[in-house]
Ligand binder design. Structure first.
Ligand code: GAP
Length: 461
């Protein structure tokens, strides 16, 4: 499997992902998506939105605000319980996740252990750390674990006096619950139906890291799917299946995907059942996505706190009012992108002692779909290539590249995952045809310029 070092370096070199605030020496654990990364991210979100909103009659979209009334987070339980266990190095005062230190200790000293660290209470963690003498990574004693709230607080209002505390949302989901009544009234959907949303979420993670895997600011693609209480299991299973299928559609290696039934204290405060989709990242098997059965927890709590009735009236029997139960498939955009990079990366020996790096993105995910490569910078070739480029406008995402030898240009396109390279040579001026080179097979074929648009459309499906 590709190492993180190789991936991070490729991402910076080719313009997928840069360290955040780079010219100021960066900001720890912040990352900026470059031209190719921004496009890849866009492709992931567009594919998800198309699959879950545009292609279904039982789903609608929403784009809620990041800042919400603070009472939302009290009612949702996040103020009281959205915590991680924190320990501090008694000397350096660096902070660590107690559960992560325990997991690392087990992996090193007792790999056969069946202890589920996620299910441990704060007291159990304290006892374990004391009993095993677990130290900080710097070798110093640790303070007892305490719960640390992950929500970022900021304030609204221009004067100190009028200052109001608000939170940056730690999940996009709450905007969906808070708008349940508005959406139901305006969309006239019937159960079962879902509301989908893509947006930024923020968490003051104690130990962010592993590139874009765990950051303070990230994007989520979330669905709250509203169902009759007694039907929750069938819908849970349907989404469970859908998530695996969609992983394959976008090009994730499905043999890297594993389901984990979340148990005990590891279950979020709102969940009766959660299945984590874990993925084999270069740094280990870690959570990629989550699927939760949130019951009627959120709608009931918001109804109580706001005084609004958040119910559904059975159209077949107007006297029957129900508070729908909720199935929530929650996908992190950034983790999906990281898993896609891991899945796509391949080093291939093309001749003895000659290897190429190739990103095997699906044609839909590839940031660049067609590279237009005039063989030379002169002799009328760039002008002919411009004609080809114009014929693909609106059909494919194209890159026009005239620099370097053709071999080098092919390698560059392989490394960013471009499925097709179209080369314009001197013969093109005579026969009005181009050479199309395929990324995966490296096979080449001659195609008439008049046919190139329909050819590309067929190859990119
Ligand atoms: N609304 C449910 C919810 O937020 P979660 O398991 O806490 O559930 C859902 O988060 C997904 O969001 C995760 O499976 C992961 O893909 C992504 N995610 C969570 N925290 C993240 C972080 N700090 N950095 C990047 N992605 C994160």
């Amino acid at each position: 499997m590709v190492t993180m070092e190789t991936l991070v370096s490729l991402c910076k070199r080719r313009g997928f992902i840069y360290p955040g605030s780079d010219i100021y020496g960066g900001l720890a654990n912040s990352w900026d998506y470059g031209p190719l990364g921004a496009q890849l991210k866009q492709n992931i979100k567009a594919a998800w939105w198309k699959a879950v909103v545009e292609s279904r009659q039982d789903m609608v979209g929403l784009d809620g605000a990041i800042l919400m009334n603070p009472r939302v987070w009290e009612a949702s339980g996040h103020v009281a319980t959205f915590n991680d266990p924190l320990v501090e190095d008694a000397v350096s005062h660096k902070r660590f996740r107690a559960d992560h230190l325990i997991e690392a200790w087990i992996a090193k000293k007792d790999p056969e252990s069946t202890l589920v660290v996620d299910a441990m209470s704060t007291e159990e963690m304290a006892a374990f750390i004391a009993e095993k003498g677990i130290k900080s990574p710097d070798g110093n004693a640790l303070t007892a674990p305490k719960q640390f709230n992950l929500m970022f607080e900021t304030s609204t209002g221009v004067t100190e006096k009028g200052k109001n505390s608000v939170y940056l949302r730690p999940e996009t989901a709450q905007a969906i619950f808070v708008n349940f009544k508005n959406v139901l009234t305006t969309s006239r959907k019937r159960l079962p139906f879902g509301i989908a949303q893509i947006g930024k979420a923020f968490r003051n993670e104690i130990t962010p890291g592993n590139f874009i895997f765990r950051t303070l600011e990230f994007e989520q693609m979330e669905i709250e799917y509203f169902v009759e209480a007694e039907e929750w299991e069938q819908h849970f299973e349907a989404w469970n299946k859908w998530m695996e299928e969609w992983a394959a559609v976008i090009g994730l290696k499905t043999d890297h995907l594993h389901r984990l039934e979340v148990v005990g204290d590891a279950l979020a405060h709102y969940s009766k059942r959660t299945v984590d989709f874990e993925f084999d990242f270069p740094f280990g098997k870690k959570e990629l996505w989550g699927l939760a059965y949130r019951t009627d927890f959120d709608l009931t709590n918001h109804a109580k706190a706001s005084g609004e009735k958040l119910e559904y009236t059975d159209p077949a029997d107007n006297s029957r009012k129900v508070v729908p139960h909720v199935i929530e498939p929650s996908l992190g955009v950034d983790r999906t992108l990281l898993a896609l990079l891991v899945s796509a990366y391949e080093e291939e020996e093309v001749a003895e002692g000659d290897t190429r790096v190739v990103m095997r993105f699906t044609p839909q995910m590839a940031p660049v779909q067609v590279a237009i490569l005039p063989l030379m910078k002169k002799g009328g070739l760039p002008e002919k290539a411009e004609e080809v480029l114009a014929s693909l406008a609106g059909i494919a995402r194209c890159d026009f590249d005239v620099t370097g030898s053709i071999g080098k240009r092919y390698r560059r396109q392989d490394e960013i995952g471009t499925p097709l390279c179209v080369t314009i040579d001197y013969d093109s001026l005579e026969d009005n045809a181009v050479t199309v080179r395929h990324r995966d097979s490296m096979e080449q074929e001659r195609v008439a310029i008049a046919d190139i648009a329909s050819y590309v459309v067929k190859k990119l499906v």
